[in-house]
Write a protein that binds this ligand. Sequence first.
Ligand code: BDR
Ligand code: CA
Length: 344
Amino acid sequence: MLDVDTGIDDSLALVFLLASPDAEILGIASSAGNVGVQQVAANNLAWLDVCQAPPIEVTVGSPVPLVIPLQTTEDTHGPQGIGYAELPPSSRPLSARSAADMWADLVRANPGEVTGLVTGPLTNLALALRIEPELPHLLHRLVVMGGAFNYAGNTTPTTEWNISVDPEAAKVVFDAFSVVPAERRPIVCALDITERIEMTAEHLKRLGVRAGSMPEERVHEADADNVRSAASNPVVRHLSDAVRFYMMFHRQQGLGHISHMHDPFAAAVALDPSLVQTRPATVDVELVGTLTRGMTVADWMGMWGRDPNADIAWRTDPEAFFDLLIERVGDFAARLYPPEGARL
Ligand code: BDR
Ligand code: CA
């Protein structure tokens, strides 16, 4: 199951998973983060419509972190969390159960079978651990996008966004998973690796070509703010408008005309952990530092005398990931919205 704060890159993660024949999405938990939780839930439902998905349960999570007030980041993801994309509002219903209940219920009903992917703050999962303390043993594997280890933060100098929004929840989760055997250790995709996953305008162009979308997808850094995609394929058009905003944000940060695809990368790892080489470490979260609150600290050498509780993704081939993303999402988009002349 997924727990997301959709979010531009969460959107791509969701579409990638919907496009992946080897993924069965049991449920989508909405977490407060990039934008408020109701908007996150609305975005999740709207993407399901765009992707013509079968009914998939979407739950609403906690509107606030465990202890601190919610911080959102419309500057990064746009006023509604999906950049410049404008998705028709969905009439799909939201689930009546909470996101935390969904986590607990799904792992109890499918012991050892569910992979959990969290690409937002860990609030819902921390709450689920109160309901079902055995959750770490019941889950097949947890994959988390979050943290920064031997690497600068993107929210404070030491702290990554998903952890920064709810550091107490992150600590609860890392502590709870310290009991699992090595093969069940969470795989953590931190900024150290996800900031190497740089999406470019060329990737968007290739996505359009793969989907048979017309005209050629062009996202240029000199484009005026009001330029939008004219792609004939709605999946390509909406994703391109979302990513255009994300690229503008990264440019403003001095990072160039790119965008970091943190969450789709973590989604790909959840489907196929062999995409990454990992290193075991004992991870803890700083909660009291006046300058470093929310920092994820990795003990690589066992200096704390505690067993590893995470496998930190360390090496990957970013272009192999983009080939996979473009192939899967492009083919999926073409199937959903066949190019003119290709209706058989
Ligand atoms: C993470 O923060 C969010 O803004 C992104 O969606 C991603 O999950 C990267 O730090
Ligand atoms: Ca996210």
